[in-house]
Design a protein around this ligand. Structure first.
Ligand SMILES: Cc1cc2nc3c(=O)[nH]c(=O)nc-3n(C[C@H](O)[C@H](O)[C@H](O)COP(=O)(O)OP(=O)(O)OC[C@H]3O[C@@H](n4cnc5c(N)ncnc54)[C@H](O)[C@@H]3O)c2cc1C
Length: 289
């Protein structure tokens, strides 16, 4: 690892000033939150910036609140804060559980949700779950505020679609209704997940019928992949879901365009999608979960 090159740290008072700074410093500046990705990449000389715009102290950027049927999670909230948030634990326990399994406690204590989503490292967890939950992202720049669908925010591996002067301010996640169940499962051998799978089922009153499903797989393509064709296959009687889940897993694997890489062969990843989808469905359908 290389010693860090010299850089200046700037602390904007608010998001307006952060946007001005981003515009002013252009390619020589970038946002800095927990620094767990950014400083590592700078140490390896993969990224070079002279100006880091530290948004950790911007008021309200780390807030978490339930409002209008949604949980609003600020981009500056750390994984640890989300994992321990009473609001998230009560209304979106699947998110709290996913966050508790991100990295290790040191990374979780510093790393933020916004940094995770904006760095867009394909081997990550939150984007896959947020895609299945129907979460949206909020961004603010010199031109004002806008909302982006999760798959709009993620532009590719290590690429987001924010403009030069925009800051991701947070995500809005619809609070699942009483008939909805969600699960996120991942398989991991090394430091980062090899494959993550999120499933949300909408069940009828007695749980015998899957009325609708949303599913997404992450880590196996540049950005997480959601398959509406797979979701249509999952819907139907819960007791006879086995065969449909296998077909859905194959459809999801096809749409994710799996490839052989150092994490494993495409065939291996296809097998894992089948295993994790069945387990996730089991969790959603188990009344005791
Ligand atoms: C050892 C290790 C293990 C890990 N394991 C996992 C894992 O199992 N699962 C997983 O999902 N992740 C994992 N991660 C990734 C971790 O979640 C991220 O490092 C962390 O969330 C990044 O947040 P940060 O605040 O540190 O971002 P920073 O490093 O501060 O920033 C990252 C990038 O995002 C930009 N950025 C930051 N905030 C914003 C914003 N609000 N708006 C616009 N751009 C912004 C920065 O300019 C920078 O380009 C791991 C990381 C490490 C180091």
């Amino acid at each position: 690892m290389m010693p860090l090159r010299r850089f200046a740290i700037h602390r904007p008072a608010d998001l307006g000033e952060a946007a001005e700074m981003l515009d002013h410093y252009g390619d020589t500046g970038t946002l800095y939150a927990g620094g767990t990705e950014l400083l590592l990449a700078m140490r390896h000389d993969l990224l070079r910036y002279e100006h880091l715009i530290d948004i950790k102290a911007v008021a309200g950027l780390d807030s978490i609140e339930a409002r209008d049927g949604h949980i609003h999670i600020g981009a500056g909230a750390t994984h640890r804060t989300i994992e321990r948030s009473p609001v998230v634990r009560e209304l979106l326990p699947v998110m709290a559980r996913m966050e508790a399994e991100v990295a290790n406690v040191r990374v979780r204590a510093a790393g933020t949700l916004g940094g995770n989503l904006c760095f867009a490292e394909p081997h990550s967890d939150p984007a896959t779950l947020l895609l299945a939950l129907g979460g949206t992202a909020r961004a603010q720049g010199k031109g004002g505020e806008r909302t982006l669908a999760m798959d709009e925010l993620l532009a590719g591996a290590y690429e987001n679609s924010l403009s030069r002067d925009e800051v991701l301010t947070g995500v809005n996640v619809p609070v699942p209704g009483p008939t909805q169940r969600a699960a996120y499962l991942k398989f991991q051998v090394h430091e980062r997940p090899l494959l993550g799978l999120a499933l949300v089922l909408d069940l009828n009153e007695d749980g015998s019928e899957i009325r609708a499903a949303r599913c997404a797989v992450g880590c196996v393509s540049p950005t997480p992949c959601r398959s509406e064709a797979a979701e249509r296959l999952i819907a139907g009687p819960a007791a006879a879901a086995g065969e449909r889940l296998q077909q859905a897993a194959d459809t999801l694997a096809d749409e994710a365009a799996l490839t052989d890489d150092r994490e494993g062969s495409a065939e291996y990843k296809r097998h894992l999608i089948g295993v994790l989808l069945r387990r996730a469905a089991g969790k959603c359908l188990d009344a005791n979960e």
